[in-house]
Design a protein around this ligand. Structure first.
Ligand code: ZN
Length: 674
């Protein structure tokens, strides 16, 4: 599939541990406690919502109802992830809250870690690797706790649930991408009824696609496939269809929000979304997406629906997500400058002119403040989003690209002093460079990737959107990253006032290569390959440049006296040229839909891990105690009313713990459970 998107999956990838920002200028109010919880390979942070109080009362109330609409979709995602997730969550939470034994015992501690992992994964699989979690407590322990539950807390079918939790062969992987396997049969998500095969699903979609349709609907985006009387049929997610009870709550709150819309266009957007939830009609979703993409005037904005298709090994069905946000007006100047120059970037890229867009249309970009993260964007979240996903809508109506700066700010503030740079960055001058320029160049990289990278270039007539099949996401992310990397070193960025030092880009180049070749490996278990698209893309780019620059020693792997491996970049300009060369090739592959070339690149550079280097990275990393993955708790919004019941304000507070938030969401937003 060729997705011109930035996904939720990206979030953790770009920002999580990729590189620390040790000792960069301290955040202005460091009494804010960013650190919320730490377990397994996860750290939970919290983020601030600066300037919430600068919104008008109407805008605050609008945000409030949109956040409610966001939270009501939580259980949809859990159920999309796996058919047993919600029942397992009930079981685990009932045991967790009713446990009367020693909460400091080894068994309970292991159980608590598992519960927190399941919350973080929105189900029994890791949010990133999609491997099933392995409990570190015994089945007997859990059985004993289940037996001790009060009668009204009993959960049906516990034998089956225990089997799902403890049998490593059951529901092994949520999204299986392994070449040569039946990706539908072997993926444990609930987007397809158990037993459906990949050939059946592919044949079904082939049968409903309209050949030559220039404005196709996003087939399968809001449906689960199942078999009825031997025939494959779609069950729609809509009111009256699958997930109806949760969607009704979403619609009720969207309807409340509608009354506080900032302008008629925004009111229309909300109405179209409601209409789509009522009918399940994907043409209505396209109408909504067009209206949404064209609304650049409203300050408050939101995503709410079945959006990114990373959870589907075939890239059809969207995972439910919502992000409510408002524009950070000062910081948006940066992306507006990029957007204003979009055509210059398109015209001057090193790619073949026949793959360029004559007119780059409607690249809108802004820096936003996230107010709530939900569904597929919670607790792990993206730092940049570029929507809508439908290619033809992007081409004809433009797209919106956003950077979530209060989230990147929280990552940055939380990573101060974590020791990462001291361990992995080769020398003090390079560390100084990163301290000084990584935050701004990392943000700029995201802006370039989102505002310009994904939107650049075009497919040749006749090239299918999904021509690159399973390698589509990796190649698409590589294309956007290369576009960003190539231009980070361009004097144009200084000319338009986005950077003030011609060497600043080196900070991002160093971090990118270090991450792609070495430090991202800490997310991979020993013996495993790189699978996730964004990780593959980074490895592909870094390893390709290393290989192609070898004769000129552009990137060097050096060892210190203790045998630790370090990256040294000897020629940054040569590295920029390599990025340009690879961009040219990847654009060609994309435009022509050259699947064999895509497969060759991915298989040569993006997948296989050098076991020795991998072991070294894991070892060095383990001494730092930095969580490989990070996510966030949300702030809590409360309506303030006067004696007559009129809403007079919306308060935001930041003191909820991770556990309290998860238990509260399960209790108060259980749209599919009652
Ligand atoms: Zn992307």
């Amino acid at each position: 599939m060729k997705k011109l998107i930035i996904a939720a999956a990206m979030a953790s990838v770009l920002m999580a541990p990729s590189c620390s920002r040790t000792a960069r200028q301290a955040a202005p109010d460091d009494d804010f406690n960013y650190h919320v919880d730490r377990f397994a390979d996860i750290e939970v942070l919290r983020y601030k919502v600066p300037d919430f109080d600068s919104l008008s009362l109407n805008q605050k109330i609008l945000v409030y109802y949109l956040t409610e609409a966001a939270l009501w979709g939580r259980d949809i995602l859990w159920d999309q992830h796996n058919i047993d997730n919600l029942a397992i969550r009930d079981l685990l939470e009932n045991v967790y809250t009713n446990y009367s034994g020693d909460r400091n015992s080894a068994d309970f501690k292991a159980f608590e870690t598992y519960v927190k992992q399941v919350w973080f994964g929105s189900g029994i699989h890791h949010h990133y690797s999609t491997d099933k979690f392995t409990p570190a407590f015994s089945r007997e322990f859990l059985e004993a706790q289940i037996a001790a539950l009060p009668a009204d807390k009993a959960v049906a079918d516990t034998d089956h649930l225990l089997e799902v939790i403890f049998n490593p062969e059951v529901a092994k992987k949520r999204v299986n991408q392994a070449a040569g396997e039946d990706l539908i049969l072997t993926s444990a998500n609930n987007l397809y009824e158990a037993g459906l095969t990949q050939p059946e699903v592919e044949a079904y979609y082939a049968s409903i696609k309209v050949p030559g349709d220039e404005t196709p609907i996003s087939y399968g985006l809001n449906t689960r496939l199942k078999k009825v009387d031997g025939k494959v049929v779609e069950e729609q997610y809509k009111i009256g269809g699958l997930y109806s009870s949760a969607i009704e709550h979403i619609v009720t709150n969207l309807d409340s929000a509608r009354a506080y819309a900032e302008n008629p266009a925004q009111k229309q957007i909300i109405e179209s979304l409601i209409d789509y939830y009522r009918t399940g009609d994907l043409a209505t979703f396209d109408k909504y997406s067009i209206e949404w993409a064209e609304d650049t005037a409203s300050q408050v904005d939101f995503i709410n629906g079945f959006i990114e298709d990373y959870d589907d090994p075939l890239g059809m069905t969207g995972a439910w997500e919502s992000i409510v946000n408002f524009k950070n007006i000062d910081a948006s100047e940066r992306t507006e400058v990029l957007s204003a120059n979009a055509q210059w970037f398109e015209d001057n890229s090193p790619t073949d002119p026949k793959f360029k867009k004559d007119t780059v249309k409607g690249v809108s970009a802004k820096v936003i403040t996230a107010a709530i993260l939900a569904g597929d964007a919670y607790p792990a979240t993206p730092i940049g989003i570029n929507l809508p996903n439908a290619n033809w809508i992007r081409a004809a109506h433009g797209s919106k690209s956003v950077t979530l700066e209060n989230i990147t700010q929280a990552y940055d503030a939380a990573s101060h002093g974590d020791g990462f740079n001291e361990e992995f960055v080769i020398d003090q001058p390079t560390r100084d460079l990163l301290d000084k320029y990584l935050f701004i160049t990392d943000n700029l990289h995201t802006d370039l990737h989102e505002c310009l990278g994904h939107g650049s270039g075009k497919l040749l007539p006749g090239t299918e959107r999904d021509a690159l099949k399973a390698h589509g996401s990796t190649i698409e992310e590589a294309r956007a990253d290369l576009f960003a990397l190539y231009y980070l070193a361009d004097p144009k960025l200084i000319e338009i006032g986005l950077l003030d030092n011609p060497d600043a880009y080196k900070a991002e180049y160093y971090k990118y290569i270090l991450n792609g070749m070495m430090t991202q490996l800490m997310r991979i278990e020993p013996g495993k390959n790189v699978e996730e698209a964004h990780m593959r893309n980074r490895k592909l780019i870094a390893e390709w440049c290393y290989e192609k620059g070898r004769a000129d020693n552009v990137i060097e792997l050096v060892k210190d006296e203790q045998g630790k491996t370090f990256i040294r970049i000897n020629d940054y300009q040569a590295l920029r040229n390599l990025f340009g060369q690879l961009l040219t090739e990847i654009q060609r592959i994309t435009s022509e839909g050259d699947y064999p070339a895509a497969a060759e690149l991915v298989e040569t550079y993006a997948v296989k891990v050098d076991p020795e280097l991998h072991k070294e990275v894991l070892d060095r990393y383990s001494h730092l105690d930095i969580a490989p993955y990070k996510g966030f708790v949300n702030p809590v919004y409360t309506l303030v009313r006067d004696e007559q019941g009129n809403i007079t304000d919306v308060k935001v507070s930041y003191d909820e713990s991770y556990t309290d938030q998860m238990l509260r969401y399960s209790r108060d937003y259980n749209g599919l459970r009652k």
